[in-house]
Design a protein. Structure first.
Length: 83
């Protein structure tokens, strides 16, 4: 994957994502509930699957899937409002 700079000097990759957008996502993740932030970080950033996360967090598999789904939706809403 390559990076290019736009007119404002902000680096972006071939998919159009900018480092600034990634930074915004990470900042917004900090505002999530602790259990949402932890589960989402484990899943999206660390790459754990639902079963592994359920064991790490000592919750059921179903609860893990629900929590991550709700965390994604919460993050999506916060990012949409802040755009």
């Amino acid at each position: 994957m390559y990076k290019v700079e736009d007119n404002e000097g902000v680096a972006s990759d071939q998919n159009g994502y900018t480092e600034l957008k990634a930074q915004k996502v990470m900042e917004t993740m900090k505002s999530l509930k602790d259990n949402y932030r932890v589960s989402l970080t484990l899943h999206l950033i660390e790459g754990y699957d639902y079963e592994e996360i359920s064991e790490i967090m000592n919750i059921s598999y179903a609860n893990c899937r629900t929590m991550i789904s709700r965390a994604k939706e919460s993050l999506r809403k916060k990012l949409t409002v802040n755009v």
